[in-house]
Design a protein around this ligand. Structure first.
Ligand code: ZN
Length: 306
């Protein structure tokens, strides 16, 4: 019996495809996972026992501890989340970008903001906002080889995923980066009338010295709907607020409107970007009345996973 540790790169109808020792093994999960309520996920590190080297089959014995999970699309151990937003047509929403960056930060995923269509609008104002927020941001034009090189360099040695809404150029960005993958675009699926019926599954592809998740239809709406940050954790998900937390006049400060709030003072001084604080306030308002048990019911801590 040969025991190996590998990476789940694909999951389809009860079968898991696990890359271990440069070989792709087809694995069936043992019943023990169902009993424990664990659903192995793409991105999981797993221990397997090889059944047949010839047929490349193995049994999936154990899932190793996870760094993080996304509920939809189901992905584990993501290192970087690229948030694709267009500078024009449609114009960017800092609220959506900030919601996604906050969820990423909470899950210990590095958010990277990618601003497409830089030929249609000036990216400098948004780039400055995210620079001040301590979040990596870059503009991206499919016509610029320099942009492509920079983005690919961010994939090396990492497991990454791309999220973005219809029309922001996510599909053309992915196809310009990885033409070999022929990633099916949300736009094309819809034209063919297959969009609604497409089974959502994630798959990891080895590209640029790392792995990229192909997550059809992975829109920011999925994150907004399934990943909620509790109000007490929210301020910590805005990296540029951290230096000021604990410095407010009141220890119960919500950093939304209080007198003597160090965060608000930093906004007034122009250190914290105003749009970021506005997003924080909007997000705080959305969750402030949700009781903790309700948050748990909404899958706050994962989707019945480990
Ligand atoms: Zn405060």
């Amino acid at each position: 019996m040969n025991n190996l540790t590998g990476l789940i790169v694909k999951a389809i109808s009860g079968f898991y495809y696990i890359e271990a020792a440069d070989t792709l093994y087809e694995c069936k999960a043992r019943g023990v996972f169902r009993k424990k309520g664990i659903t192995p996920s793409v991105g999981d590190r797993a221990e397997i026992t090889v059944i047949s080297e010839e047929e490349k089959t193995a049994s999936l014995d154990q899932i190793l501890p996870r760094k993080n999970t996304l509920i939809r699309p189901p992905l584990a151990n993501l290192d970087r989340l690229f948030i694709v937003s267009s500078l024009s047509e449609p114009s960017p929403s800092t609220l959506i970008i900030d919601k996604i960056t906050a969820v990423a930060v909470e899950k210990n995923i590095e958010p990277i903001v990618v601003l497409t269509k830089s030929d249609l609008a000036d990216p400098s104002e948004l780039l400055e906002i995210y620079r001040r927020a301590g979040i990596t941001a870059m503009s991206y034009s499919i016509h610029s080889p320099g942009d492509k090189d920079r983005l690919v360099s961010l994939l090396k040695g990492k497991v990454s995923a791309f999220t973005g809404n219809t029309g922001v150029g996510k599909s053309s960005l992915l196809n310009s980066l990885f033409p070999e993958l022929e990633i099916e675009t949300a736009e094309i699926s819809r034209k063919l009338g297959r969009g609604r019926h497409t089974t959502r599954h994630s798959e990891l592809y080895k590209v640029g010295g790392g792995y990229v998740a192909d997550t059809p239809g992975f829109s920011t709406v999925d994150i907004e709907r399934y990943e909620v940050i509790m109000k007490d954790e929210l301020a910590f998900c805005f990296p540029e607020f951290r230096d000021y937390l604990g410095e407010c006049q009141f220890s119960t400060c919500s950093h939304t409107c209080e007198k003597g709030c160090a965060v608000i003072n930093a906004v007034k001084e122009g250190i914290i970007p105003e749009s970021r604080h506005n997003s924080y306030k909007a997000m705080y308002d959305e969750v402030k009345d949700i009781p903790e048990w309700e948050m748990k019911k909404r899958g706050k801590n994962g989707s019945g996973t480990i």
